[in-house]
Design a protein around this ligand. Sequence first.
Ligand SMILES: [Zn+2]
Length: 162
Amino acid sequence: MTGPYETEREARAAAEAATGGEHGTAANFAILASAIEAAGIEMGTWDWRVVNWLAGWERSTVAVIAGLIARANHPAGSIALSPERAETVRLALDDAKWGRVGKGVGCPDCDAVEETSRAPDDLPACERHRPDVMRAERYDEMGRWLARAAGLPVDDEPEVPR
Ligand SMILES: [Zn+2]
């Protein structure tokens, strides 16, 4: 049950469909609890008491709250990845990153740049390999972001050599 609902009737119909026609506080509570569980929201005792109170409202109101929880959890256009799939994408980004960094390995121009004294934010790459290092940094940043979003372990030091 996600909405958006344009009318009260639509919201009521969605609630009825979700509970197989059951209504009342217990059915409403099941709708809310299901949305909360699907979103993986950590709940406290007071949270549950308020949800229980909300369940006493009309089905059409409960459907809206459940829909808001669902839409906030998966905004339109967002992609939901299981932790396993997020890890797979992170590994692929890591391979792509090292593939890009590897392009400059053995390049005499890159070595020359690396040996000259440089500012800390200079890239250790020649003109030709600079775009590879920049792309590797983007992959690294994306991998970290993904790991954080998926609750995977992240170390905070950038891994692209500078
Ligand atoms: Zn180079």
